[in-house]
Ligand binder design. Structure first.
Ligand SMILES: [Zn+2]
Length: 98
């Protein structure tokens, strides 16, 4: 897909791609999602908010942005592709444990 004469490397493991070899492009977006449910950690809402504010104060604007929205556009090799797929779809986690 990427027509470049430069040697491409796998974004994840750094392996060089062979000419004409298989490579995969990973495009993903990671967005902050709030489902309206606050985790029951035994803390009061005020405590929780205080904690979040503390955490946010320590972050730079860039880090903060990453927490909310992150976009990925990576070229990866076939074995990393498989690992990413396994990570996203673990084979044995279909049972409801909670
Ligand atoms: Zn790789």
């Amino acid at each position: 897909m990427v027509a470049s004469k430069e040697k491409q490397r796998c974004r994840r493991c750094g392996k060089r791609f062979k000419k004409g070899g298989l490579a995969y492009r990973l495009k993903a977006e990671l967005l902050s999602h709030f489902d309206g449910h606050i985790r029951d950690t035994g803390e009061s809402l005020a405590e929780l908010v205080g904690k979040i504010e503390e955490e946010m104060e320590e972050m730079t604007e860039e880090q903060l942005e990453k927490q909310i929205y992150q976009k990925f556009d990576y070229i990866v090799c076939p074995s990393c592709r498989d690992e990413i797929e396994r990570f996203l779809n673990p084979p044995d986690e279909h049972e409801e444990t909670k």
